[in-house]
Design a protein around this ligand. Sequence first.
Ligand code: ATP
Ligand code: MG
Length: 663
Amino acid sequence: MGRIHVLPEHVANKIAAGEVVERPASVVKELLENSLDAGATHIRIQVEAGGKKVIQITDDGCGMSRDDALLAFERHATSKIRNAEDLLTVATLGFRGEALPSIAAVSRLRLETRAAEEAAGTILEINGGKILRVEEAGLPNGTSITVRDLFFNTPARKKFLKAESTELSHIASLVTHYALAHPDKHFELHSATSSVLVAPAVGDRGQRIYQVFGKEVLDRLIPVAALQPLERIGLPQPPPWRRAEEKEKDDAEDSVEQREKSFGELRVHGFVSKPEIQKLNRNSIYVFVNGRLVRDRLIQHALIEAYRNIIPPTVFPVVLLFLEMPSGEVDVNVHPSKTEVRFRQQTAVHDSVRDSVRAVLMKARPVPQFTKQIDAHPTASPSLTPGTRAATVDIAAWRALYAPAVPPGFALQPPVVPPATERLHFGNETISVEANAAVALALIPEPPIPADGCASAIPIEPEPPADLPPSLGSLKPLGQVRESFILAVNHEGLWIIDQHVAHERVLFERVLKQRTMRKVESQRLLMPPIVELTPAQQAVFAEISDELAANGFEVEPFGARSVAVKISPAGIEGLQIESMLHELLDQITREEQALNVDKLRFRIAASIACHAAIKVNMPLEQNKMEWLIAELAKTECPMSCPHGRPVVLHYSLRDIQKAFKRI
Ligand SMILES: Nc1ncnc2c1ncn2[C@@H]1O[C@H](COP(=O)(O)OP(=O)(O)OP(=O)(O)O)[C@@H](O)[C@H]1O
Ligand SMILES: [Mg+2]
């Protein structure tokens, strides 16, 4: 007798469930996506014990007839595609016909559904994949699915589930982000004890963010909106059986405009955080492609590129990005839980995301505010500001939304880092500030002192709109703190400028510009310093020597292991040359991926700037401070140094007035 046999369907379903259903949040994801595909406008989710005991999703979508309801629990039963060709243009979130049978295989499930056109609804009960009951019933239009005792028949899987609060926060994160993606729909998430999210339909995503997180969070995000026509260039050949057909179509289209139109557009929109928000990992980056929440390396890379030299390379921004493109441009059938996609025109998508995000960051030129800078410290940033909207959102649940973590796939919720505490010293007093903006702002919570004889002599000016670039040009320097930080004022308040990083930013942009024009300022050295190199450094040196030459270095071999530097970029001399070269070569050795030309130029320019810039602990005369501020104001990105550290802190007039209780 042969050794091979086909597994019974209930076993196959359990195996499929292993891929599709990882935890309660995966069940919510599948059911939520089904409701959205069914055209629901009102979705209510109720969970108990973090979804381990009960998950119930009720929608007002198209519902199902009795036959469809039964069929829906067969494997590979779907209403969303008909043939393999349809796979190339999937426009729905589901298409595999696997979710419902997989969930039903590992839980006790009850379905109540009625299609609008049917007189009666259907109730269906399934226990571990076995149908227990099917009956007709009077039901409202739409579908309600209740999933109880998840993994009751797969105890090994059950053991992997985390604490109820953790599972609930995964669900909260997921539902919140789907709510952000669909502001025109009503979402509710309730646990046994509280309403985690109640979000009635609103007009747009900005309003949704305000509704869910509050003004504080919205103020810390910058909107992105870009549109790019997609071209045929770079498109891979269609599959062989479609080539003749496509050619015919192309030939039939006579005008160029018509042709361009048929390739469609790539729309990139959403929100990205100001540089002051710095997260420890990528878990606050949410990307939706054609309405589908995905984890995509290409987009993550594009985002990191966009923030390059704006935030340090070890931290990450908060991003809510929506990409829309013709469905034929994206292959959604590459991952069992549909959380990854593949783009047909990878480079076009990557560059478009990078450029549109970079452009808004440059335009907004946000400057960290004094108090906010403290909570934005990379090691002390457990959440994107909790808002004050406890009425609609459970604080603990959404606080968890933006906490650092890295479970794979849509394990969206991590262990929460306890808030760090930093201290601000004002004279003899020490004010303790918890690393969380709500608390930081609570520094000044009391109502203003009622007007009396000495009240408000300073006119209260309206705050400039948050999206205006700061007017550094009008700053007047007052002096230095410890000969390191320049204090300056203008009508917008008090500014503190780190003199080293400010000069670094000025030089960085100058070197890059000069490099593009092949005119980097350099100097001949009277005593050429000899720099010894390790074998690894030598290898890198050989690779980048042309680029170093283009940046103002003239270097000659000097013995087997050393080089003599005869000409160096302006401002770097003596020992600085050696430390700059060593740092640069070591940094490139540590790079995981091969450096492209652009990155290499950035690295070298940043390195020259860092070594040539004025240092801290250096007294500066008034005219030097004025010059530095004027030069900084002219840079493209005055708010952060090439390594991503802040250059300027701002204490607005409003903050000052508040602190003195004048408003
Ligand atoms: N809430 C719902 N309202 C109406 N129809 C539904 C609902 N949920 C499921 N269905 C129907 O049941 C079918 C099977 O659902 P299931 O989630 O198993 O597969 P799918 O969504 O087609 O694909 P995938 O496995 O990729 O999710 C769907 O194609 C849809 O027709
Ligand atoms: Mg589905």
